[in-house]
Design a protein around this ligand. Structure first.
Ligand SMILES: [Zn+2]
Ligand SMILES: [Zn+2]
Length: 301
């Protein structure tokens, strides 16, 4: 997986700070997560091909997470896109997008397929042969979901010497990598585990923004490899968390620790602070493996 941070600041875009948007490259997909104002400029800047984006996941309908969406949809139209575009987001997202297209009388010549979300429980919203995407219900001022992206368990690997010694016909090798027991040329049943081993460990990524501290997401994101959790505030402004329904860096780290995450990525910083190091320092009081998101930064895992 490769994650590119297009923007990771809260509230408003500024000369050097963009609002939330990320691209997750996973098994040939380019998933766009949130689409703050100016996302299409950031996509161009980081040379991400527009036509590879077929799925857009929007956490909530605050402007810093979706004001770039209509612009991007419109640009896709001008570029004569033909591929379907799937948009996952809160109920209302279809209305807000189509109203703007209707008043401009500029409908897309490709299919826009909306998947509107209303559940307060985690649900499966995307699945193909190799990937699963679940929602992570969050606690914010409006209806908000994070998203958990998971690779499925990969094929098992053959222990070639063992397979050959067991007299298994080559025609059954595919069955073995799929995890089935098979019958060998002498008619004996061969247990799968005796001739195969587990494939690569599947990876996972959770995006959790915007939210106040919400401990019950831990069970959904347990053991995630990489967790992005918003950290709008430092401890000195912790009192603003419940009021604005945002988190501090320390709270993000507490969630990472409880979830046994591999790495914590911080972002959605309030622009009231000079520099980001204090976010990392405060988070590391609770959880060691902390990285700071910055616009344009990439993470491979
Ligand atoms: Zn926000
Ligand atoms: Zn928000």
């Amino acid at each position: 997986m490769k994650l590119t941070i297009l923007g990771c600041y809260s509230a408003t875009p500024r000369t050097l700070n963009n609002t939330t948007s990320q691209v997750l490259e996973i098994n040939n997909h380019m998933f766009l997560i949130d689409c703050g104002e100016g996302t299409q400029v950031q996509l161009r800047k980081h040379k991400i091909k527009f036509n590879r984006i077929k799925h857009i996941f929007i956490s909530h309908l605050h402007g810093d997470h979706f004001f770039g969406l209509v612009g991007l949809i419109s640009t896709f139209r001008l570029l004569t896109r033909e591929a379907d575009l799937h948009i996952y987001g809160p109920k209302g997202i279809k209305e807000v997008v189509t109203l703007q297209m209707k008043l401009a009388d500029s409908w897309t010549n490709y299919n826009l397929i909306f998947h509107e979300l209303t559940s307060n429980k985690s649900e499966l919203i995307f699945e193909d042969e190799k990937i699963l995407v679940h929602t992570v219900p969050l606690n914010h001022r409006v209806y908000t979901n994070g998203f958990l992206f998971q690779e499925k368990e990969g094929d098992r690997k053959l222990k070639i010497e063992a397979v050959e010694a067991a007299n298994i016909n080559v025609a059954y090798y595919r069955k073995l990598t799929q995890g089935f027991d098979v019958v060998n040329e002498k008619g004996e049943t061969i247990k799968n585990e005796s001739v195969t081993r587990a494939g690569l460990k599947p990876k996972s990524y959770a995006f959790c923004s915007d939210t106040m501290y919400k401990e019950d997401i831990v069970s959904i994101i347990k053991n995630v490899d990489v967790l992005y959790h918003e950290s709008t505030f430092l401890e000195k402004h912790a009192h603003l968390g419940p009021k604005t329904k945002h988190s501090t860096a320390k709270e993000a780290a507490t969630i990472a620790k409880l979830a046994n995450a591999g790495t914590l990525l911080l972002g959605h910083y309030s622009t009231r602070y000079d520099g980001l190091n204090a976010f990392k320092e405060e988070a590391q009081e609770v959880f060691d493996n902390v990285e700071l998101c910055e616009d344009g930064k990439t993470f491979e895992f």
